[in-house]
Design a protein around this ligand. Structure first.
Ligand SMILES: NC(=O)c1ccc[n+]([C@@H]2O[C@H](COP(=O)([O-])OP(=O)(O)OC[C@H]3O[C@@H](n4cnc5c(N)ncnc54)[C@H](OP(=O)(O)O)[C@@H]3O)[C@@H](O)[C@H]2O)c1
Length: 190
């Protein structure tokens, strides 16, 4: 199945961790900044983003990533329901946003009941680790940025089981970005 393709209606919702990472596995600088990605945000290349975005029914964010998104000039996730994980009593700043403190598994069960077939787990590291630890990430699409940050927020917060993955795609871009696509299948071990 390609990046833009959707799962069948009788299959469980797909959760895709689609993320940009430095070569040394960092998704943000230690101050949680995203400025390091700016040189790679170019007008003539979207790295397949539009097709990917069209393929998801919802987006899922951790509270820190959500607060960072609110600081951007425009809301980055138009026309999609947005689920934000937080254990705090917060009021959504946007109509698309629903806060939840349920488990990742409970949200995925809700998705199944409500017809959400494929969702983008935006991150960050802590929330992505929560989903992985419950065996809920089906697909990893990692755009490896040709930079080494040396320190910062990891792709996944530490901890959890060992997972074996199947390579489903590699796409190099002229500016040195490589997009890797891996699938996780429960029970697969190398
Ligand atoms: N490079 C990329 O593509 C990319 C993509 C996304 C994010 N990022 C970066 O990631 C960084 C943020 O990552 P992060 O790991 O620090 O934070 P995060 O995962 O965005 O948010 C962590 C917060 O989410 C809530 N949370 C996480 N797991 C939860 C669970 N199971 N149940 C309930 N609430 C839960 C908690 O909120 P409360 O504290 O409110 O309870 C927690 O403090 C930012 O710097 C952002 O730039 C980078």
């Amino acid at each position: 199945m390609g990046i833009g393709e959707r799962v069948r209606a009788d299959e469980p919702p797909e959760i895709v961790y689609y993320v940009a990472s430095s070569l040394d596995g960092r998704i943000a600088t230690p101050d949680r900044g995203a400025e390091w990605l700016e040189p790679f945000e170019v007008e003539d290349e979207d790295y397949g983003y539009a097709a990917f975005y069209a393929s998801v029914d919802a987006v899922i964010l951790g509270r820190r990533t959500y607060e960072q998104c609110l600081s951007f000039a425009t809301w980055p996730y138009p026309a999609k329901p947005c689920w934000v994980f937080s254990r705090r009593p917060l009021e959504p700043a946007r109509p698309e946003v629903t806060f939840t403190s349920e488990s990742p598994g409970a949200l995925v069960a809700r998705f199944a009941a409500e017809g959400v077939r494929r969702a983008w787990l935006v991150g960050g590291a802590e929330l992505a680790a929560s989903f992985r630890n419950e065996g809920l990430i089906h697909e990893y699409v990692v755009s490896v940025i040709p930079m080494i940050l040396g320190e910062g927020i990891p792709l996944l917060a530490p901890g959890g089981p060992r997972d074996s993955l199947v390579l489903a795609g590699v796409k190099p871009f002229g500016n040195g970005v490589i997009q890797l696509r891996y699938l996780w299948t429960k029970g697969l071990e190398w």
